[in-house]
Design a protein around this ligand. Structure first.
Ligand SMILES: [Mn+2]
Length: 343
């Protein structure tokens, strides 16, 4: 399958064997974050003989929690409350689905950043942030942005070691793939082949589809409607760019506006208490292919202005800034102008 991945995970295993390990994921955990961390725990519990392993989840949104709860009840398993509450001092913190320490809520994990910062290992599918200073164990990190979800990296690892997948993990991984690829909208050939593997092992597609078709929360619907009412259309030739503002559910708002017909959507969410803000953006495949824009790169670059941090994929990215919202937006639009206006 993937000899590079096998080498990397073997390196991690020999480095962490015998150490005390905590596994977790990014703050406001989504299905992929939860599934990949859960799958990693399953894997390491089978492989490591002399380690204590604890899985600790940060808070997750109501919607994601609901999805996990339904999988728990249909597959008769426990996912969210699996923390063994072992009271040990961790030697290693393994993080899935992000490679940015700013997206980890150490407090929610009962950890102190200063105690653990030199012992962080990431397994992630987002573009690698360029700040190596915050990745002291970089040679162990597995950061592969050709994967469409972190769960697929873990799935490939489980397959490399011939570990049997139960009903719970099959459905959890399937839900992660579907949510992270926007129901296969951002899927690659490899995504389908991994999904096919899950089907062959007993995944019931109807079950997972039913779970994901769950009614959205009324507050989320309102955010989407308000986001669309406030949207401002900016044209660059035939490219249609949207700028809008909401106070939460930015990614649902962005996705809905892309479905409405925009090529790029920028959703701004300023903090009510300070100068801080969040920006979420989505771009469709056509504008990515034809102009080469990369929202993840852009959202990393603007950190210089906003004193914040961000990143993501070419068609989906987010940024959290501390100051200078106006100049940050200006920089984003000058990038769009450069990329979208034909020379
Ligand atoms: Mn993910």
């Amino acid at each position: 399958m993937n000899s590079n991945l096998k080498k990397k995970i073997t390196n991690i295993i020999s480095f962490i064997e015998g150490k005390n390990i905590i596994i977790s994921t990014h703050s406001l955990a989504d299905v992929d974050g939860i599934a990949s961390a859960f799958g990693l725990k399953l894997f390491l519990s089978k492989i490591l003989k002399h380690s204590l392993i604890d899985l600790r989840f940060p808070k997750c949104t109501k919607y994601n929690k609901q999805i996990i709860k339904i999988i728990e009840s249909i597959c008769e398993c426990k996912i969210l409350n699996t923390s063994s509450n072992i009271d040990f001092k961790p030697d290693i913190l393994l993080i899935t689905d992000t490679n940015n320490y700013n997206q980890i809520r150490f407090k929610e994990l009962n950890l102190k950043y200063r105690d653990i910062k030199s012992n962080l290992i990431y397994i992630d599918h987002h573009r690698k942030g360029n700040n190596l200073k915050n990745k002291p164990l970089d040679k162990y990190n597995i950061i592969m942005d050709n994967y469409t979800s972190a769960s697929e990296i873990i799935l490939d690892i489980l397959r490399l070691f011939n570990i049997k997948l139960n009903k719970c993990i099959l459905h959890l991984f399937a839900a992660a793939i579907l949510t992270d690829t926007g129901n296969f909208k951002y899927a690659t050939n490899e995504t389908f082949s991994r999904f096919n593997f899950l089907l062959q092992k007993g995944l019931d597609y109807k079950i997972i589809l039913g779970i994901l078709k769950m009614e959205v929360d009324v507050s989320e619907k309102i955010a989407i409607i308000k986001g669309s009412q406030r949207s401002k259309l900016i044209r660059y030739g035939d490219w249609l760019v949207c700028k809008t503002q909401v106070s939460n559910y930015e990614s649902s708002v962005a996705t809905s506006l892309i479905n409405l017909g925009y090529d790029i959507v920028l959703v701004i969410s300023p903090s009510k208490k300070s100068d801080a803000f969040r920006i979420t953006s989505r771009a469709n495949q056509k504008v990515i292919n034809e102009t080469g824009i990369h929202l993840g790169e852009l959202f990393n670059e603007i950190s210089e202005i906003s004193q914040g941090n961000g990143g993501g994929h070419n068609g989906a990215a987010s940024h959290v800034g501390k100051i200078k919202l106006e100049s940050t937006i200006e920089k984003i639009f000058s990038y769009f102008e450069k990329k979208l206006i034909e020379k």
